[in-house]
Write a protein that binds this ligand. Structure first.
Ligand SMILES: Nc1ncnc2c1ncn2[C@@H]1O[C@H](COP(=O)(O)OP(=O)(O)OP(=O)(O)O)[C@@H](O)[C@H]1O
Ligand SMILES: [Mg+2]
Length: 362
């Protein structure tokens, strides 16, 4: 049974329809992310689960209990806000223990709980420090420890890492994931950073305009986006215009620059019909071949490098394929034995037909 279940949830701000028929089940112990562009309704959905927003329609249950009329502090959830206000005049330990001030626990048990929460958040030994003298990353850890000490069934995190610089954010991503596995409670993370969602989540709901566009595992979203919008939002995607045409009782994908190939079987099952279509191909599914290289599988095409961007570990190339209207993007891992090509270089690209994604037009 799902721990959190939403059915037909609608939320209006005045006449603005912010959540549009949200259906969602989240399992116990899951690391779940809500991902989408600014204004798509992520925070609204999180606050609805926490009990700070009241949906006009639909049913929300947590642990099988209908949450209608149940206030935020009577729900087994705890929300960590993006700019979490810690009390600057208190110590770190006092900040973390704040939520226990009315708890019937003994003083010794409270001290122990604070120490445990500090350790979980990677703040061992920071208890006596003044909270105003912490870095952004340390404040975020205090906010986490303060939420964890209440032992919620569900921890709701609204863009908890967005204020941190890149290195610290990556470190906290790994730590949050480890922490979630260790404590085993359900995490629901709001983020507009697709990489963060892919790295951390068991499952992701991609939201656009108050709706869930796709709910899937990270691999499912990346490899099998169900629409162009999702395909373009997650990672880089070449979108290639083409045609599906019947020949000898099967469908051919005719893609200028790549040629005509029999449609791979899983795309046939995708409900393909003859006519114009758009094909998606990830940059890593196109590879530069060394001159005279053998081709074990798939197909190859020739073209000219029109742009290259060097990232150290990777180089991204734009290649104008002979006969194609627009250049394609292709990513290559840099190896000592692989020279980086310059603009204007002629090259041959291998590509995998099996990596094609079909987006029916219209
Ligand atoms: N209290 C409110 N009154 C009126 N409109 C609101 C209110 N809160 C949010 N909205 C609107 O609802 C929509 C969804 O807002 P929400 O804060 O859920 O977006 P979000 O996905 O969290 O965006 P971001 O990534 O920018 O935080 C937005 O268009 C926003 O302007
Ligand atoms: Mg938000």
């Amino acid at each position: 049974m799902a721990l959190i279940s939403l059915t037909g949830i609608d939320k209006f701000y005045g006449t603005y329809h912010a959540l549009r028929g949200i259906d969602l089940d989240i399992a116990e112990g899951e690391f779940f992310s809500l991902l989408g562009p600014s204004g798509c309704g992520k925070t609204t959905l999180l606050r609805t689960i926490a009990g700070f927003e009241h949906p006009e329609n639909g049913v929300l249950t947590i642990d099988g209990q209908n949450m209608k009329g149940v206030g935020p502090n009577r729900r087994p959830t705890n929300l960590v806000f993006q700019n979490y206000a810690i009390f600057p005049h208190l110590t770190v330990a006092e900040n973390v223990g704040f939520g226990l001030r009315r708890s019937p626990l003994s003083r010794a048990d409270k001290t122990k709980a604070v120490a445990e929460a500090l350790a979980m958040a990677g703040l061992d030994g920071y208890g006596p420090r003044a909270a105003h003298a912490l870095s952004g990353g340390q404040r975020q850890r205090v906010a986490l420890a303060r939420a964890l000490i209440l032992k919620p069934k569900v921890l709701l995190l609204d863009e908890p890492l967005s204020a941190l610089d890149r290195k610290l954010r990556e470190q906290m991503q790994t730590e949050l994931r480890r922490l979630q596995r260790q404590v085993g409670i359900t995490f629901i993370l709001v983020t507009h950073d697709q990489e963060e969602a892919l790295i951390m989540s068991d499952r992701i709901a991609v939201m656009f305009d108050g709706r869930i566009a796709q709910l899937d595992t990270p691999e499912g979203l990346y490899l099998r986006p169900n629409s162009r919008a999702v395909g373009e939002f997650i990672g880089l995607m070449n979108l290639l215009p083409g045609m599906l045409r019947p020949e000898d009782g099967r469908l051919l994908a005719d893609i200028p620059g790549l040629g005509a190939i029999p449609l791979p079987p899983d795309l046939v099952a995708h409900g393909a019909a003859p006519g114009p279509a758009t094909f998606g191909l990830r940059p890593e599914s196109l590879s530069l071949m060394s001159p005279g290289g053998a081709l074990p599988t798939g197909q190859f095409v020739d073209g000219t490098v029109t742009e290259r961007t060097y990232y150290g570990d990777m180089t991204y190339y734009e290649v104008a394929l002979d006969g194609a209207p627009d250049p394609v993007t292709c990513s290559m891992k840099n190896l000592v034995s692989r020279p980086v090509l310059e603009r204007g270089a002629r090259t041959r690209l291998a590509w995998e037909p099996g990596a094609l994604i079909l987006f029916p037009d219209g």
